[in-house]
Design a protein around this ligand. Structure first.
Ligand code: AMP
Ligand code: ZN
Length: 467
């Protein structure tokens, strides 16, 4: 298995710390609003990565956090806690907001056929773990208290910014952001807030430094180490996490343990809306329920994501989504046909196996999903393969693609209505084609009397029993 490692900027052969096992941590959602489809692109990429690692023979332990406290609207410790802001704007409690959007997030994940991580951990359930980690950093001389907050001092470590390859001298002189005057270095960051600009913070906890709440970055270090140990294989997220969030996670984790924390850093590129990153703050974003209300299946969006490489930007448009929908529907129809034709379920023959190998190789080469999809299509269209072999190979591929191909209805089962009903249905199709809508409507009414609705599908009209 080959993976691009942001730390080295190279595609590397993946070698796990413990043979045959992978420990993987993914930064999860901040649950103050619905996830947008850009966020969901990142979770789809992580799901594909996990499925591919499993195909490559590894057992994967996948951990994801839920950020329900501490994520400020600004990355430089400025702004308001996103959860508190959402609660204030909606008149709900922060706990209600977190519960509501967490539920909505998992609904989206389920619709997208994203396998639930083995561990889903909420920041608010792990405050004591964060306090213990901050204490460890304090004991190691990596922190200072100023203006009531506990800060991490980036000058206490030799290699701050190595993931993003930050040029710290440039940063100091060119700092355009309004710098918190409590900070000794503009890039220092808060580990624990006791002094919030905003009064009446609802979520606070007692700590050795006073009543307050954690900074955003510490949660991922504390929870990943709790569930995966102090040295693990893979850490994922979107590329926007590289310069601040992941940079700070590395700084504090490695300062605490004195050793390398993560071996492979994997980042997904942005989903664009127009020419800009889709983002909640710009207000120009689309959610999965919006697509579903417009008649798309969540898996149309999953298919759309598979058409782009995870390290390339992908531009969202309804035209592009329409193309993905047509392709997915056509694939489902092909699978339906194969299901009704397939006669045996045995190991696929050599021809089909060659396609399966080509598919796996594309995926195991830094997740080449677009190439893997084209292997699937080539296999489906290959007239030298039997339907049984094609079906078996398609299912093998779908264990990674996650398009729920096995749920395509078999055409045999799908046929509803007697031979005479179906003759009438064909007559209606012919009438419509001849633009004889009067006759087409008459037939529709006749079929209704017989107990059927006529449903037009991309592959033609079908009958549905009225229940
Ligand atoms: P958040 O809930 O804002 O913390 O973001 C959740 C995940 O979505 C993070 O891994 C982000 O890096 C990622 N993300 C945010 N915006 C986009 C985007 N437009 N395209 C792809 N991923 C994104
Ligand atoms: Zn994180």
């Amino acid at each position: 298995m080959k993976l691009y490692n942001t730390m080295t900027r190279r595609i590397e052969e993946f070698v796990p710390i413990v043979p045959a096992h992978v420990s993987m941590y993914c930064c999860g959602p901040t649950v103050y609003n619905y996830a947008h489809i850009g966020n969901l692109r990142t979770y789809i990429f992580e799901d594909i990565l996990k499925r591919t690692l499993e195909r490559a023979g590894y057992t994967v332990r996948h951990v994801m956090n839920i950020t329900d406290v501490g994520h400020l609207t600004g990355d430089g410790d400025d702004g308001e806690d996103k959860m508190e802001k959402s609660a204030r704007e909606t008149g709900k409690s922060v706990w209600d907001i977190a519960a509501f959007y967490t539920k909505a997030f998992f609904r989206d994940e389920e619709a997208l056929n994203i396998i639930r991580p083995d561990v889903v951990c909420k920041a608010t359930d792990h405050i004591q773990d964060m306090i213990a980690l901050i204490k460890r950093l304090e004991d190691g001389g990596h922190t200072y208290t100023s203006g009531g907050n506990v800060y991490f001092s980036i000058d206490s470590i030799p290699d701050y910014g190595k993931l993003a390859r930050l040029n710290l001298s440039d940063l100091k002189s060119g700092a355009r952001i309004e710098v918190d005057s409590n900070k000794k270095n503009p890039k220092d960051f808060v580990l624990w807030f006791t002094n919030s600009k905003f009064q009446g913070q609802a979520m606070t906890w007692d700590s050795p430094w006073g009543v307050g709440y954690p900074g955003w970055h510490i949660e991922c270090s504390a929870m990943s180490m709790k569930y995966l140990g102090e040295h693990f294989d893979i850490h994922c997220g979107g590329i926007d996490a590289i310069p601040v969030h992941h940079t700070n996670e590395i700084a504090q984790s490695e300062a605490a343990t004195g050793k390398t924390w993560v071996n492979y850093w994997c980042h997904g590129e942005f989903l664009l809306m127009g020419n800009a990153k889709m983002s909640k703050s710009s207000g120009s974003f689309v959610t999965l329920p919006v697509l579903e209300e417009a008649g798309y299946n969540a898996l149309d969006y999953r298919y759309f994501c598979l058409t782009g490489h995870y390290r390339s930007q992908l531009r969202f448009s309804y035209e592009a989504l329409d193309a993905a929908r047509s392709a997915r529907q056509s694939l489902m129809e092909k699978i339906s046909a194969l299901k009704s034709e397939a006669t045996e379920s045995k190991d696929p023959g050599e021809g089909a196996k060659a396609y399966m190998t080509a598919f796996d190789e594309a995926m195991e080469n830094d997740l080449g999903a677009p190439q893997a999809l084209s292997v699937l299509w080539k296999m489906i269209k290959d007239s030298t393969l039997s339907s049984s072999d094609k079906l078996a190979a398609a299912y093998h591929m779908d264990a990674i693609l996650g398009l729920r191909l096995s749920e395509a209805e078999s055409r045999k089962e799908e046929t509803v209505g007697s031979a005479d009903d179906l003759r009438l249905l064909a007559e209606r199709t012919a009438a419509k084609k001849a633009k004889d809508f009067k006759r087409a409507d008459e037939i529709r009414d006749e079929l209704k009397k017989r107990g059927y609705n006529v449903k037009d599908t991309p592959s033609g009209a079908i009958l549905e029993r009225i229940v």
